[in-house]
Ligand binder design. Structure first.
Ligand SMILES: Nc1nc2c(ncn2[C@@H]2O[C@H](COP(=O)(O)OP(=O)(O)OP(=O)(O)O)[C@@H](O)[C@H]2O)c(=O)[nH]1
Ligand SMILES: [Mg+2]
Length: 388
């Protein structure tokens, strides 16, 4: 039957064509990446770099959309219920010592072995430090190309999106892994230790792209902003910029799905190197803490660093006509409001809230009344909630 044959040939061709299209996209990405890394950034090259980065972002987004098609979502092994005052994810190459560290920081018992990919799912444990309960989550190791889907890369990097803090673990014997890990984090749309840039884009029907600024822009000029926006299919919009942003930050804002998370860099297995080597590694990696989980070196320092980086404040709760409980503070993120405390105590408290009385830095005088749930609290405030 000639008809059927025709369909068959047609399909084959179609497959070949898609493969070819795939290749050309990858090739284009490679060419752009090479070109960007070769081009030195200055006032003259800024516009060209901006356009290349915008093109690259669009190509990567298209590749991402393609690879997401038909992928099973919501793998149970990577679903961890968030509990405690904050969550930390341990990120590193296979065998860097993630599970060994989890077991040292918490009461968890994650499998440890000398071969790669021992851990195959997300394993949570609870760390207790200075009244805070911090959830630590061990995950499988990632490798280069994780963000593009290698190994369980997508699932692991996806977990980072919900973390309050990422621990970037580098094996003392492989400091070169640091750069590769940072690249994977960046490629999965996570920005570490960066403030979300204050840029507002309001799309409109016509009139082209208008740029307004409240600060002096020194890293990108208006022409580049307009052309990067156009390249990323924004042809009519008002862009209001309140931070001295660079090209990457502009692209982040236009793409929109970025996550801004804190991170600490930790060198592991320092018992395997001598002092001189360790100094060289620190020079290269600039870690926040260096540890040996196996030899119990600097584990308390790491706990302290995690606690500090989380940016917690302590709130002492007081019942009406009683003294405040100054022994056990509530631990909550800096910038939290009365509402956040209510939510943490009981879900009904928000609806039943009448007012709160505060002693401490947030109050102008001792025992000041606040009727607004969005009142921001300070470290060591004493809070008396009046609930219906
Ligand atoms: N010398 C030394 N070895 C360590 C240290 N921490 C872990 N190891 C060893 O390194 C190997 C891997 O440790 P794991 O904790 O399983 O590493 P992991 O990062 O969880 O590995 P995956 O789950 O496979 O990604 C084991 O043989 C551990 O005993 C350390 O501080 N010093
Ligand atoms: Mg492990």
């Amino acid at each position: 039957m000639p008809g059927k044959e025709g369909v068959k040939i047609g399909r084959k061709k179609e497959v070949q064509l898609t493969e070819r299209k795939e290749q050309t996209r990858d090739e284009k990405i490679k060419v752009l990446e090479d070109e960007i890394s070769k081009t030195k950034y200055n006032k003259k090259t800024q516009h060209a770099i901006g356009l290349m980065k915008a093109k690259l972002a669009m190509l990567k987004e298209a590749a991402e959309r393609r690879s997401a098609v038909g992928k099973a979502k919501g793998d149970d092994r990577f679903t961890v219920r968030k509990t405690g005052d904050g969550a930390v994810v341990l990120l590193g190459f296979p065998s860097v010592g993630k599970s060994t560290l989890l077991n040292k920081l918490t009461n968890a018992k994650s499998d440890i072995a000398a071969y790669a990919f021992t851990t195959l799912s997300a394993v949570p444990g609870m760390m207790h430090h200075k009244h805070a309960r911090i959830q630590i989550i061990d995950v499988p190791g990632v490798v280069s190309g994780a963000a593009a889907g290698r190994g369980r890369g997508k699932e692991v990097l996806g977990m980072l999106r919900n973390a309050d803090l990422i621990l970037i673990l580098i094996d003392a014997l492989f400091p070169q892994h640091h750069k590769a890990l940072l690249q994977e984090i960046f490629d999965s749309g996570i920005r570490i230790n960066q403030k979300k840039p204050d840029v507002r884009i309001t799309k409109k029907e016509r009139g082209g792209v208008g740029v307004g600024t409240t600060v002096k822009l020194t890293k990108i000029d208006k022409e580049t902003i307009v052309d990067v926006a156009r390249e990323m299919r924004i042809s009519n919009a008002d862009i209001l910029i309140r931070d001295n942003i660079n090209i990457d930050q502009l692209i982040d804002v236009i793409e929109g799905n970025r996550v801004y998370t804190k991170a600490l860099t930790v060198v592991t297995k320092i018992d395997l190197v001598d002092d001189k080597m360790l100094r060289e590694i620190c020079e290269e990696v600039k870690p926040d803490v260096v540890i040996s989980a196996e030899k119990n070196q600097n584990i308390d320092e790491l706990k302290e660093a995690i606690f500090n980086k989380m940016g917690f404040i302590r709130i002492f709760l007081k019942e009406v006509n009683k003294h405040a409980d100054m022994e056990e503070p509530m631990i909550i993120f800096d910038g939290s409001t009365i509402k956040d405390i209510c939510l943490k105590l009981h879900k009904d408290f928000v609806d039943k809230f009448r007012f709160a009385r505060i002693w401490g830095k947030s109050a102008k005088f001792s025992g000041q009344d606040f009727r607004r749930l969005d009142k921001v609290l300070s470290d060591e405030d004493i809070l008396e909630l009046h609930i219906n």
